[in-house]
Design a protein around this ligand. Structure first.
Ligand code: THU
Ligand code: ZN
Length: 136
């Protein structure tokens, strides 16, 4: 493991690079995401669209799936970038999915413009989240 701390710029850069993997024939809106584990592993994802739209895979879901397959279970941050200049944050569905596997203090770093970013916590983006406890 590399002992150099991974800064937010590196997470955002990896998310930006992951937008190149997106397959977006319908929206043209490329999204890349980087999920960081507690021990500093990075997992990237991009969005892959399906013609019925709703089956499309979101970048955050893909990054999470890759991490879970690898056995990762503890996450500290996710960075999200898109091909557009406006702020991009995880959609409501992705917030719920992230909340299943990440804590409310997960840092969510979102690209704005070419060099900017805004940071939230998952708890800020999805307050009073529905979770498995609500099923019992
Ligand atoms: N998209 C993501 O990949 N993540 C989000 O959380 C927001 C939306 C994708 C889905 C679709 O391919 C495109 O962005 C436009 O909605
Ligand atoms: Zn989403």
């Amino acid at each position: 493991m590399n002992d150099t701390p991974i800064d937010d710029d590196a997470l955002l850069d990896a998310a930006r690079e992951a937008t190149a993997d997106a397959i977006v024939p319908y929206s043209g809106f490329r999204v890349g995401a980087t999920l960081m584990t507690a021990d500093g592993h990075l997992y990237t994802g991009a969005n892959f669209e399906v013609s019925n739209y709703s089956n499309s895979l979101h970048a955050e879901e893909v990054a999470l799936a890759r991490a879970l397959i690898d056995g990762a279970r503890s996450f500290t941050a996710v960075a999200v970038a898109s091909s557009e200049p406006s702020l991009v944050t995880p959609c409501g569905m992705c917030r719920q999915t992230l909340a299943e596997y990440c804590q409310p203090d997960l840092r969510v770093i979102c690209k704005v413009g070419d060099d900017g970013a805004r940071q939230f916590t998952l708890g800020e983006l999805l307050p009073a989240a529905f979770n498995g406890d609500d099923l019992t």
